[in-house]
Write a protein that binds this ligand. Structure first.
Ligand SMILES: Cc1cc2nc3c(=O)[nH]c(=O)nc-3n(C[C@H](O)[C@H](O)[C@H](O)COP(=O)(O)OP(=O)(O)OC[C@H]3O[C@@H](n4cnc5c(N)ncnc54)[C@H](O)[C@@H]3O)c2cc1C
Length: 372
C-alpha cells in the first residue's frame, strides 16, 4: 500500500522550483518541494534580475518590493585593460540578494499550501504512473508528476544518467557582498584575463560582487586572494573596487565545475525547469528571469492539462518542449557565442567599442526575451 500520492513533487528550491511551487499550489494542487538546504541561505549568483519577469512577479504578488530591491538601468562594460563604456539598459532590472528573494518566495509558497521538505533527493523513478522520489534520509515521496528544478549541477543529474560533459573549459565562480561607493543604478561587467566580474547593487545599501573564471586561473594562482591580485587587479577598475570596498562575508562563497552544456528538457519523464533544463552564461544577466519564466510556462501547462485528477503527461511534455525551445533556444546559443568576447584582451576591447556604436541596444536585446 502506497503512502499518499501527491499531485506534484518539485525537486530544488531555487527560483525555478519556488516559482513552480507558488503557481501550482495556488491552483489548488498538492505540491511538495524538496530542497537540500533550509531557506534562507546565500548562493553564488550575480543577483541582478532582468525586468522581463517583473510584470509577471508583480501581477502574482511575487515581486519583493518590501525588501527594497535596487533599480538598475545602466550597464558599464570594461575591457581587460580597463577601457570602458556606459550604456542605458532599455529594460533594466532589479538587484536583490538570493538570500532574501528565495526566502520571500519560499514563505509565499508555504502560505499557498506547498509543503517544503529539507532533504536531498537521491533518485527518482516512474513506476505504474507514479513517481517515487527517494530521499537521502530513506524517505520516499510519491507523486503523479515530477519537476526537476535542481539547478546547473546536481548529483541527481548523474543518478538520472544525464550527460553533462562538455569539451569546453569548466568555470569557477566567487561571490562577495560588499560595501562600496559605487553608482546605485549600474550593473558593471569588468573583464579580466580568463573571466569577468559583475558588480551591482542589492538591498540594504550593499553591492554584489561576483566573478566567473576559467578553473585554470585558480590552479595557476594557488588560492583565491592570489588569483584576485595576480589576475583581476590587472583591470584597474576592478583593482580599485577590491581595494576600496569592505567585504561583508568573512570568506567568499564559491562554486566550481560550472559548464554551459546542452541538456535534455525531459529525463526519465521528469520535467526539467530553470538551469536543470539549460543554463545561460551569467554575463547575459538573465538566468534567473529564464528560471522564473520556464517555471511559469511549465506550471501553466500542468494546470491546463489536468483532467479530473489525472494529468495529460504527453501533452504537457510535448507543449513544454515546444514552448521552451521557442522562448529560450536562441538566447542560450547567442549567450554561448558572446562568452567568447569575454575574458580576452582584444575581444573585450572590441566588445567595449561595439557598445559605443548605435548597435549597442540591439546587441543587448539579443540576449533578452520578451516581457513576461
Ligand atoms: C557566477 C554566476 C552568476 C550569476 N549571475 C546571475 C545574475 O546576475 N542574474 C541572473 O539572472 N542570473 C545569474 N546567474 C544564473 C542564475 O543563478 C541561475 O540561472 C538561477 O539561479 C537558476 O535558478 P534554478 O532555480 O534553476 O537553480 P538554482 O537557483 O541553482 O536552484 C537549484 C536548487 O536545487 C537544490 N538541489 C540540487 N540538487 C538537489 C537534490 N538532489 N535534492 C534537493 N535539492 C537539490 C539546490 O540546493 C538549489 O537550491 C548566475 C550564475 C552564476 C553561476
Amino acid at each position: 500500500m502506497l503512502d499518499k500520492v501527491h499531485d506534484i513533487i518539485v525537486i530544488g528550491g531555487g527560483l525555478a522550483g519556488l516559482t513552480s511551487a507558488n503557481l501550482l499550489s495556488r491552483s489548488g494542487l498538492d505540491v511538495v518541494l524538496i530542497e537540500k538546504k533550509e531557506h534562507p541561505f546565500h548562493r553564488v549568483c550575480g543577483e541582478y534580475v532582468s525586468n522581463e519577469v517583473r510584470p509577471f512577479l508583480e501581477k502574482n504578488g511575487l515581486y519583493p518590493e518590501d525588501l527594497g530591491p535596487a533599480d538598475i538601468n545602466k550597464l558599464q562594460l570594461s575591457s581587460v585593460s580597463g577601457s570602458n563604456v556606459f550604456v542605458d539598459l532599455a529594460l533594466g532590472g532589479f538587484g536583490i540578494s538570493r538570500y532574501s528573494f528565495d526566502q520571500f518566495l519560499a514563505q509565499k509558497a508555504t502560505g499557498s499550501g506547498c509543503k517544503i521538505v529539507v532533504g536531498i533527493a537521491e533518485n527518482i523513478i516512474k513506476k505504474n504512473d507514479v513517481f517515487e522520489t527517494k530521499l537521502q534520509n530513506g524517505d520516499t515521496i510519491y507523486s503523479k508528476l515530477a519537476i526537476g528544478s535542481f539547478g546547473k549541477n546536481s548529483q541527481l543529474d548523474r543518478n538520472l544518467n544525464r550527460s553533462l560533459t562538455s569539451k569546453n573549459p569548466t568555470y569557477l565562480a566567487v561571490k562577495y557582498h560588499i560595501r562600496a561607493d559605487l553608482p546605485e543604478n549600474v550593473i558593471a561587467l569588468h573583464n579580466f584575463s580568463g573571466g569577468y566580474c559583475g558588480v551591482s547593487r542589492i538591498e540594504n545599501g550593499l553591492y554584489n560582487l561576483c566573478y566567473l573564471t576559467e578553473t585554470r586561473n585558480l590552479i595557476d594562482s594557488g588560492d583565491i586572494n592570489q588569483l584576485e591580485e595576480d589576475i583581476l587587479y590587472q583591470n584597474p577598475l576592478l583593482k580599485r573596487i577590491f581595494q576600496q570596498s569592505e567585504r561583508v562575508f568573512e570568506r567568499p562563497l564559491t562554486i566550481s565545475k560550472i559548464t554551459f552544456s546542452k541538456k535534455d528538457l525531459v529525463s526519465k519523464n521528469v520535467l526539467m525547469c530553470g538551469d536543470a533544463a539549460g543554463m545561460i552564461v551569467p554575463l547575459c544577466g538573465n538566468g534567473m528571469a529564464m528560471a522564473i519564466h520556464s517555471a511559469k510556462i511549465l506550471s501553466e501547462l500542468i494546470v491546463k492539462n489536468l483532467e479530473g485528477n489525472r494529468f495529460d503527461s504527453v501533452t504537457i511534455h510535448d507543449d513544454y518542449c515546444k514552448q521552451w525551445k521557442s522562448n529560450f533556444s536562441v538566447r542560450l546559443s547567442i549567450g554561448r557565442k558572446l562568452q567568447y568576447f569575454f575574458g580576452k584582451k582584444l575581444m573585450s576591447e572590441i566588445a567595449v567599442r561595439l557598445l559605443k556604436t548605435p548597435f549597442a541596444e540591439s546587441i543587448i536585446n539579443l540576449t533578452h526575451g520578451n516581457i513576461v
